[in-house]
Design a protein around this ligand. Structure first.
Ligand SMILES: C[S@@+](CC[C@H](N)C(=O)[O-])C[C@H]1O[C@@H](n2cnc3c(N)ncnc32)[C@H](O)[C@@H]1O
Length: 275
């Protein structure tokens, strides 16, 4: 199919017209700096999601693992307990500060980190090859083909990408906010097609995932999700109306269950044909 659709150009269009386009214009990492603490708290409530992801990655005690966009170390920290060393790359100082705190709490010492965007990392200068490269919900690069090619060149054995299949917001909210037609730029299908055009015939696994979040009241839920989804103020009432119907009482708090489809794309390096 190469040539009929230029998937990398399509990704660029989708990415730069997405609700998160401003992350391309702002200084690297600043978007996540302000969200790091909240992200850290909420992912700590959902540790089994990380365990599920890690169980799908082939690891061994002698391996070196590179985590692109490692964030707070949600995956890097448990992975570090199973392998020789982990390198965490992230442009957000706020996320890396949480990673450092989490490392201290969990007494993990075999993670080194680099405060850079993946685009600015030079193989052979900033980093050496690693056995395994992972990137989980961090594929925010504009030129994703370039980013994937660098991951492929960096991994001695395997690359694992985690993203969503379809829409990642909870049921019905996406349509209410953006209208029916807009699809999510982070959908796994773009990545599969871009890799295919690169001569990388990757494996794909899709599964149902659930994310549970607790709030003291409706106002807190609205404020936190407005920030998480980066919604403009004019959409706040849509979010409030949606949450007032979907939040359920649980142990004196309000609980939100977000359902989505997770996707893992993985391939062994050095086994594919030249594109
Ligand atoms: C949603 S968080 C995911 C963090 C972690 N991988 C996880 O699964 O919990 C996205 C992370 O990707 C990082 N990120 C965004 N753009 C990046 C880029 N161009 N290069 C490397 N990391 C990036 C952000 O700073 C943020 O920490």
């Amino acid at each position: 199919m190469e040539g009929i659709i230029n998937w990398n150009e399509l990704w660029k269009v989708m990415r730069s017209s997405s609700p998160w386009r401003r992350t391309l214009d702002e200084p690297a990492g600043s978007f996540w700096d302000g969200r790091a603490k909240q992200f850290n708290e909420s992912t700590m409530q959902n540790r089994e999601r990380a365990e599920k992801q890690i169980a799908k990655i082939k690891l061994a005690p002698e391996y070196s693992v590179l985590d692109v966009g490692a964030g707070t170390g949600r995956l890097a920290i448990p992975i570090a307990k199973c392998v020789k060393s982990v390198t965490a790359i992230d442009p957000s100082r706020g996320m890396l500060a949480c990673l450092k705190e989490n490392m201290e709490k969990e007494r993990v010492e075999n993670i080194t980190y680099l405060n850079k965007r993946w685009e600015d990392i030079e193989l052979g200068v900033d980093i050496e090859q690693h056995d395994v490269v992972i990137a989980s919900h961090s594929l925010a690069m504009l030129d994703i083909q370039d980013a994937l090619a660098k991951m492929d060149a960096t991994a001695k054995k395997c690359v694992y990408l985690f993203t969503f299949a379809g829409r990642w917001m909870d049921g019905g909210l996406w349509e209410k906010i953006y209208g029916e037609k807009r699809s999510s730029w982070s959908d796994y299908i773009y990545l599969c097609n871009i890799l295919h055009d690169m001569g990388i015939y990757a494996n794909v696994e899709i599964w149902d995932s659930e994310f549970e979040q607790h709030y003291v009241g409706l106002d807190e839920a609205v404020a936190k999700l407005k920030e998480t989804y980066d919604l403009p103020s004019e959409k706040e009432e849509i979010l409030r109306a949606h949450l007032s119907k979907t939040l359920v009482e649980y142990n004196g708090a309000l609980c939100l269950k977000r359902k989505s489809k997770s996707a893992m794309i993985w391939w062994q390096t050095n086994t594919h044909e030249e594109a």
